[in-house]
Ligand binder design. Structure first.
Ligand code: ADP
Length: 171
């Protein structure tokens, strides 16, 4: 193969970026010299936060962490990998329930572009129960998400709450 430094992409909807995601990025930068966090634009028709806002918040959260870039993308992950000069896909593995879907996607990505290799990282135990869906549900029900998401994301969700209280129809 090549002896070029290996770039890894970490794709996801990150709606919102939470402490489980942050844990994976922190681990990834100790292994790969360049990690590109890829924020999927088209995953959900009605996201909590628009993709460009998610990118801003992840950048703010990861500010100063060397070797990390954050970009939004749409379309096939393997096309985004080629654009980013990456050949590793990073995925978080929380529990056995993640396995079947992740295994299928990993094989499909390699079928679409043979150099693509998927690497699974596991978070620290206390974040294994965290998911974007759980954070969104807590937020929708008016709960406190501090301790689940990084500070810039907490502040953005707080602002979103104030906005939704002012314009309830848009929430
Ligand atoms: P979520 O499942 O939280 O909505 P995404 O769909 O955006 O997040 O997933 C992006 C990547 O982050 C996936 O590889 C997913 O397995 C991983 N991930 C999500 N939550 C966690 C967590 N709590 N710990 C480790 N990895 C996670």
């Amino acid at each position: 193969m090549t002896d070029q430094p290996i770039t890894a992409v970490y794709p996801g909807s990150f709606d919102p970026f939470h402490l489980g995601h942050l844990d994976i990025v922190r681990r990834a930068v100790t292994i790969f010299p360049r990690v590109v966090v890829g924020v999927l634009r088209n995953a959900d028709k009605t996201p909590l936060l628009p993709a460009e806002r998610r990118v801003e918040l992840i950048r703010e959260t990861l500010d100063g962490m060397p070797g990390v870039e954050v970009t939004a993308f749409s379309g096939l992950l393997v096309d985004f990998m080629r654009e980013s000069r990456a050949r590793v896909i990073l995925r978080g593995m929380r529990a056995v329930s993640d396995f079947e879907y992740e295994f299928q996607i990993a094989l499909m990505n390699r079928r679409l572009w043979n150099p693509a290799e998927t690497v699974f990282l596991t978070p620290t135990e206390e974040f294994t129960y965290l998911s974007g869906r759980i954070v969104r549900e807590i937020w929708h029900l008016g709960g406190d998400v501090s301790g689940l998401v990084p500070e810039p994301v907490r502040r953005a969700l707080e602002e979103l709450r104030m906005e939704s209280l002012r314009n309830p129809a848009e929430a």
